[in-house]
Design a protein around this ligand. Structure first.
Ligand code: NCD
Length: 356
């Protein structure tokens, strides 16, 4: 069954196709109003969410389909000890497609290996968030008309910010992308993404802790929230939480057509005086996200062939994963597995480096 676990599960051509469909959905919503009639989407959200869950639900309703699901795992069988594998097998009997958000990294991957319907990763721990990337890409397309030859700054929590990880993976496939990584060193981008994406594809990349210095060069500024819930040390969060604040004064140093993106929710990292600036795109991004999710649901439901996830056959058994937030350390009966990469082995579920 075709699922979306990682943004690279989609080819560049498929991303273009989704962008085109989403643009048509924006122009002609009524054309699509019944195309998922009789189909059900299950939203299984084991971690707090407002926009992503509502966005999926609104998307399915606008396609004429129905929605079942939960937003608070405390009320589910998971709280009785049910595995992700069992939950996804059970829900496959009730729904035609699943959107899963989970605090464990790799949980939607486990679901996709066990469900008999498509599974969409709606965010797994600090790992990945491919449908946010689809929202980001449609926003970039509508603002810039291209995905290549852009200088893109990522600012804030690049360590735990899963939308950052997925968007950098997506951008690595386009020509002429320059990255500017703006963060305190404690919240720098994980090394595996630096090595296996930025270095592997020779993406020009500058690291800095100064937003002010970086701002004038950027075509796109991707602001992020410092992810307090993922810190082990609350004092460290308190120390770093106000590292960056974009405000109207700083915007004066930016290009006149720079686009400011943010996956939301924001805390204090973008002050409200930026909202009225035409370069602020974060609320349009929410609208774009709903339309890309509509296009994605339609695509996955239309792909009837029963294809396994592409890289499943290449998994090898491994020692347990070192990442305490990895699903393989929690899920009963799940065998630790690894994927061979140019840079050694990585956990098949959460992508941490692993010994086999
Ligand atoms: C992001 C997420 O959940 O990772 N939000 C979202 O999906 N729109 C970003 C965040 O929580 O900071």
């Amino acid at each position: 069954m075709r699922s979306l676990i990682d943004i690279l599960d989609l080819t560049v051509e498929e991303i273009d196709e989704l962008v085109n469909t989403a643009c048509d959905m924006i122009e002609n919503p009524s054309k699509y109003a019944e195309c998922c009639k009789g189909k059900k989407l299950a939203t299984l959200f084991f971690e707090p969410s407002t926009r992503t869950r509502l966005s999926f639900e609104a998307a399915m309703m606008e396609l004429g389909g129905n929605v079942i699901g939960f937003s608070d795992a405390k009320n589910t069988s998971a709280s009785k000890g049910e595995t992700v594998a069992d939950t996804s097998r059970v829900v496959s009997c009730y729904a035609d497609i699943i959107a899963m958000r989970h605090y464990l990294e790799g949980a939607p991957m486990v679901a996709s290996l066990n469900a008999s319907v498509p599974v969409i990763n709606a965010g797994d721990g600090g790992h990945a968030h491919p449908t946010q990337t689809l929202a980001d890409l449609l926003t970039i397309h509508r603002k810039k008309g291209r995905f290549d030859n852009l200088t893109v700054g990522f600012c804030g929590d690049l360590k735990y910010g899963r939308p950052v990880h997925s968007l950098i993976h997506a951008l690595s496939r386009y020509e002429g992308i320059k990255l500017v990584l703006i963060s305190p060193k404690e919240l720098a981008l994980p090394d595996y993404i630096k090595r296996e994406v930025i270095e592997k594809y020779n993406m020009p990349c500058i690291e800095t802790d100064s937003l002010e210095n970086a701002l004038p060069e950027l075509d796109i500024l991707y602001m992020t929230r410092i992810q307090g819930e993922r810190f082990d040390d609350v004092n460290e969060y308190e120390r770093l939480k106000n590292s960056y604040v974009l405000n109207a004064e700083k915007m004066q140093c930016a290009k006149s057509d720079m686009a400011v993106l943010h996956p939301l929710p924001r805390v204090d990292e973008i002050s409200v005086d930026v909202d009225s600036d035409p370069r602020a795109c974060y609320f349009e991004q929410v609208f774009n996200g709903k339309n890309m999710r509509k296009a994605l649901i339609l695509k996955l439901l239309n792909e009837v062939q029963n294809c396994a996830r592409g890289n499943e056959e290449s998994f090898v058994e491994s020692k347990p994963c070192n990442n305490p937030r990895c699903v393989s350390n929690v899920e009963r009966g799940l065998v630790s597995k690894a994927n061979k990469t140019d840079d050694g082995f990585r956990c098949a579920y959460c992508e941490s480096s692993i010994n086999i």
